[in-house]
Structures are given as C-alpha cells and as structure tokens.
Write a protein that binds this ligand. Sequence first.
Ligand code: URA
Length: 220
Amino acid sequence: MTDPAESYDATPFLPGRAGASLTALRRAAADCRGCPLHRDATQTVFGAGRADARVMLVGEQPGDQEDRQGHPFVGPAGHVLDRALAEAGIDPDLAYVTNAVKHFKFEQAARGKRRIHKAPDLRELTACRPWLAAELRAVDPELIVLLGATAGKALFGSSFRVTRQRGVLLPCPPLDGEGEERADRVVATIHPSAVLRADDRESVYAGLVSDLRVVAAALD
Ligand code: URA
C-alpha cells in the first residue's frame, strides 16, 4: 500500500547546479529515492547516448533486462526499436535513449522467479519528471520521440493520447515552466513493446517505422 501522505519527488536528488552535465546527472540519479520504486529495483537506469545527440527517444521505464544491465532498451523492446530505427534511416549514434521513469516497476509472478512489468502510475511519473527535464536541458535535442502513452503523458500531461497524436510534428511544451514552447519538435509513436504484444505484428511494426520516418525526414 502506498501512503497517500508520502510525497514523491526526485527534485531533492538532482545536482544543485543548473545546467548539470549528463555525467553529473547520471551519478546523482544512481542515488535517487524520490519515490518507492528504488526499493525493489536493482538500480537506476539512466539515459544513454551522446550529449550532443540530435534526437532523444523517451520510453516508459526499464524492463527486466534493463534493470539487470543498467542500460535502457537492451531487452526485447530495444531490439524492435533498433530494427525500426535502422529501417526508418535513423542512425542510432544520433540518438540519446531514456525513459520517463528510471526504475523498473514490477510484481513477482505467483510462481517462479519471473518479474512482471507494471505500468508506473501518475505519482511515480510526476516524481521522476525532473530527471527527464534535466536530460532534455542537457542534451537539447532537435527532436524528441515519445515512445508510447507513458512518455506522452510525461511531456504533455495525463490527457495525452498517442493514438490521436502520433506520427506528426508537435510543439514541445515548456519544461517545468522554463522557456517557451518550441515548434515542431516532438513526434509521438507507439511503444516498441506494442509490436511484440500485437496479433498483427507486421502492421503494428510498419506503423512504428512510418512514424519514425517522420523523425528521419525532419532531421534531414
Ligand atoms: N521499455 C521501455 O520503455 N524502456 C526500456 O528501457 C525497456 C523497455
């Protein structure tokens, strides 16, 4: 049970300095206790990629493999993403990859050792947002790709619907009240794990690639 009076917020764990580097952010995030998810997770899974990446891809949260290895998108969903990026013509070296929530949320299977993914709730998403905002400020990518509903809600709020707003360039809302909206900067698409869950994998995958082609064209 969560204690409704307990406030979740990563802010006290961020480096005090404005404009902290990715290295400083990554180091600080390793000790984040801003919400209860750190208790059961193996480690913080911070973003990975170059500080001068032109595109930032934002997923939901680390999965089982990512939690064990400490890197985002190294499991099955990551393999789908890599293939789709290549097919859309996006060089993975141009990308910084991260998640809206930096700890794995799961429940233990009733039998066996399997850990079953649980979607983060709005409190956990909101608590973790300062890390995402700091990564966005540090990398300052030309384009942000939101992979799935959770990433969409992290940036645009809880009313965001990927199904309605995918595959088009959207303005980026100001981060934490800082700065101004930047036009034509965000593209939302489905989460790559949706391909793995779909009955019709081929057409769902084709939709992901088609949305990523919008990103590739905007980077040209
Ligand atoms: N799913 C995500 O959203 N992120 C990961 O890093 C892995 C799976």
